[in-house]
Ligand binder design. Sequence first.
Ligand code: GDP
Ligand code: MG
Length: 441
Amino acid sequence: SLTQRLSGTIERLRGRGRLSEENIRESLREVRIALLEADVALPVVQALIERIKVRAVGQEVLKSLTPGQALIKVVRDEMTAVMGSQANDLNLNVPAPAVILMAGLQGAGKTTTVGKLAKHLKDKRKKKVMVVSADVYRPAAIAQLETLAKQVDVAFFPSQADQKPEAIVRAAIDDARKSFVDVLIVDTAGRLAVDEAMMAEIKALHGAVNPAETLFVVDSMTGQDAATTAKAFGEALPLTGVVLTKTDGDARGGAALSVRYVTGKPIKFIGVSEKPDGLDVFHPDRVASRILDMGDVLSLVEQVEQQVDRDKATKLAEKVAKGKKFDLNDMRDQLEQMQNMGGLSGLMDKLPGMGQIPESVKQQVTGKEVPRLVAIINSMTKKERRNPALLNGSRRKRIASGAGVTPADVNKLMKQYQQMEKMMGKLGRGGMKGMMRGMRG
Ligand code: GDP
Ligand code: MG
């Protein structure tokens, strides 16, 4: 993976204070190969490399980061930026019914996504939804949509096979208005490849219904082809967003980068299964992690941690594995290691799953509170550190004044200790490694 490749070049980069065009050349070559392997389209790879170079060159490397880590962070940030940084919801602020038009090749997942979106809008946004099919060429496609509508319990507008798509959709809009429908989702026909007839048809349909959202649906497994198709649709239609389907079968994640870059339109949703609830809001940072391979970022974190103090980490892991109690000495060791890894907080912030970790634990990990916590533990006696149960009110008061903090700060530390202890207990044999893994969420 990319992170593995980059850590290979770390050694050579070590000891230089700044990233320069010279010292990152080799690493950038690795980034390029990794992006191509993730099936990102070539022009997108080139543009991205350029952006990474501009951002990285001249950047000072924080003391606590190795240059390789600093570069990985730039790569990750730029990949996230290319994909649009933020999650984007549907814009339905128009007079009802808001029309959503689905466009894309046959097999991309349009009809399935209509069902998923209908369910999403009904359940999450409390909308009254109707669906209609303009796929007049394949009666089976209309029946497929009808079945899905029943399954997710939304209104289905029947299409007559001998009508033109525009006529069908106009009639559906009339009906939706009369029955106070909030959102009308229009499924369309797709061909196996981009052709003029299909583009002309969907353009005409778009002109006739003036949709609030025009979503381009694309199969993520088509990789680089996704970019080509996206370009064609983006030129023919004023797209408002993209739905990337079948991400459950795509380990590479390159289509997300390509499609976003080529269309300039936000990816709003991703398909994560065939089922009606298999639709997720798109999070660019998660896809960036996937391409970088978070598992390897985590092993990098472990690597750094071991560099900081291999012995202590091993001892702790052994201790936890043997089921021995995690005491305040262990906590101090960990805190000190985290302090030394302080620069990793930038990476840690962005780890998927960080949302599930209690804020107090997160603060320890990101190092902001660490020096104060260490000072508090230092004000305890050896005996207290080994046996935290001793710490009653008066001892806590003494420790607080010794460390120059309030008793509330000491109480907070003890809470954090208890959380860590619980976590360690749960991890058992997994030790620190397991804790890092647990953060993947
Ligand atoms: P359409 O021709 O664009 O309407 O495509 P369909 O909606 O009929 O989907 C084509 C196939 O892709 C069907 O077998 C769907 O079940 C499958 N599919 C669609 N979206 C997803 C997804 O997100 N994950 C998986 N695994 N399959 C999907
Ligand atoms: Mg279909």
